[in-house]
Design a protein around this ligand. Sequence first.
Ligand code: HEC
Ligand code: HEC
Length: 222
Amino acid sequence: MNRQVQVDRRLTSSKLARLLLTVAACSLFVPAAVRAASAQAHERGGKEIVETVCAACHTTGVGGAPKIGDRKAWARLTSQSLTSLAESALKGVRGMPPHGGNPDLTDTEIGRAIAYMVNQSGGDWIEPVSKFDSATERGGAEVVQAYCARCHQTGAAGAPRIGDRTAWIPRVKQGFELLVRSAIKGHGAMPSRGDATNLTDSEIRAAIAYMVNADSATTKRP
Ligand code: HEC
Ligand code: HEC
């Protein structure tokens, strides 16, 4: 009888311990998620970062900073990858202070600023998307309704219509990845990422697959 009580008590306390562990794990997790969400909301585009932070040195070329628009200087740098250039910019290199002297900038913002300066100097780079977005990735249908349908539903300005296979097949024939790249960079009247800079590459990919494969009966009237 006594032993039975003891066993029960042990069971209860181990259950309690497990519950406490779960609570502790959750409270560790929540602030991280909140931090990610607020960082995401704050992440700015390359143009804004360059104008507010990097231009101070990179327009005048002070201290040997590669000047924005100096094609030769940037062409030499772009033999490195964006990751490697971003690493130098984050750590600092000679006259270049870590984070351009602004420790609040995120890795993504630094990457975007570099891509922006490269593109202002004859380059053709894509600004990286926020890595926090991957936690909230949306499906093709949702992305299309929110961002792409306003042109691709009606075919405005020659946009291939959702589910219009005759319009999509010749484009898909170039290769699906080329199509994805073209949508990310922009193509003629098609704005880069459909003007939605927060969309991740895989959201774009899902949106295109949806537009190509959507049942044309729902978009074309007889
Ligand atoms: C206080 C001046 C200053 C500011 C502000 C500044 N830079 Fe620089 N940056 C430099 C100088 C000087 C160099 C050249 C360093 C060298 O190679 O000697 C440089 C070089 C670089 C390079 C080339 C690194 C390499 O691997 O050679 C990159 C990329 C770069 N800066 C990015 C940025 C970005 C992005 C910002 C804004 C967030 C920024 N810089 C802000 C001074 C600055
Ligand atoms: C402002 C109008 C507009 C919006 C918004 C828009 N598109 Fe487009 N899109 C176009 C037009 C116009 C074309 C045809 C461009 C051409 O081929 O010259 C096009 C073409 C494309 C192509 C074919 C590119 C090629 O190389 O053939 C893809 C893929 C595409 N859009 C994907 C998307 C996705 C995904 C979205 C939403 C995230 C989107 N578009 C939002 C107007 C738009």
